[in-house]
Design a protein around this ligand. Structure first.
Ligand code: SAM
Length: 235
């Protein structure tokens, strides 16, 4: 059985899409999609030998070698031009996901129509990359599983300036769809973040004065203000 986190990613993979799962580890996601007959071709990419071997083993065990191509390589370099319509990258930090997208930009130019990205932290780095590179969010989810909170971002080609019109900094941080929905996982995540920032602020209060210190406090205060704003905003 797939985790709720990966099931949420799977939900957004179009039927019959050819997709590449980058950083696939055990290749659970490609195996799940192919076994359900939702897709007929997938690539499982891995840069590290151990997880790569796990993927090879899993795909063999499930008898799916004719439909899932397991490849070793860094990020999107495992994809040939026009080979896939959809790319999934799950279970990493948002900054790493944004770096993988940036380094593999040329592979996203042609056939790739949808990106499904699941950052464990720093989703804002991904939103920034998408905005800069003319990909637009079409859906976002936030969910809790085993006490951890995960975000899933779904993007397609297109300008997304209109999504960020009202307040760019705030929308990049919280997510245009998530901050409208404000579900329980969202409220929990940002309440915890705020508490953490307040704790750091208190620590900085007793640290020696410095320009860096003052700057940090300002940034934290601003982020706390943004959380309050989003939590109390009714629109
Ligand atoms: N995607 C699976 C999931 O969500 O359950 C596995 C997540 S696992 C925590 C992250 C995987 O990404 C690791 O196996 C790691 O080797 C791989 N990885 C990290 N950087 C990568 C890169 N630049 N290219 C390909 N794989 C990468």
């Amino acid at each position: 059985k797939l985790s709720k986190r990966l099931e949420t990613v799977a939900k957004y993979i179009p039927r019959n899409a050819r997709f590449a799962d980058i950083g696939s580890d055990h290749a659970y996601l490609p195996c799940y999609m192919v076994k359900r007959n939702d897709v007929h071709f997938a690539i499982a990419g891995e840069v590290v030998e151990g997880p790569y071997q796990s993927a090879v083993k899993q795909v063999k065990q499930e008898g799916l070698t004719s439909k899932i191509s397991v490849r070793k390589g860094n990020g999107l370099e495992v994809i040939e031009p026009n080979e896939v319509d959809c790319v999934t990258i799950a279970g990493m930090g948002g900054t790493l996901i944004a770096t993988i997208l940036e380094n593999g930009k040329n592979k996203l130019k042609d056939s790739v129509q949808r990106l499904i990205l699941q950052p464990n932290v720093s989703a804002s780095s991904i939103r920034e990359w998408l905005l800069k590179n003319a990909w637009t969010l079409v859906a976002e989810e936030i969910l809790e599983e085993d006490g951890k909170i995960y975000e899933v971002l779904v993007a397609e080609k297109g300008d997304s300036y209109s999504l960020y019109e009202s307040n760019k900094v705030r929308t990049l941080l919280f997510g245009p769809f998530l901050m409208k929905e404000k579900n329980a996982a969202f409220v929990k995540k940002w309440t915890l973040e705020k508490k953490n920032w307040q704790r750091i602020l208190t620590q900085l209060d007793s640290a020696p004065e410095s320009e860096e210190n003052t700057q940090k406090r300002k940034e934290l205060q601003e982020k706390i203000r943004l959380v309050d704003e989003v939590m109390n905003n009714e629109d």
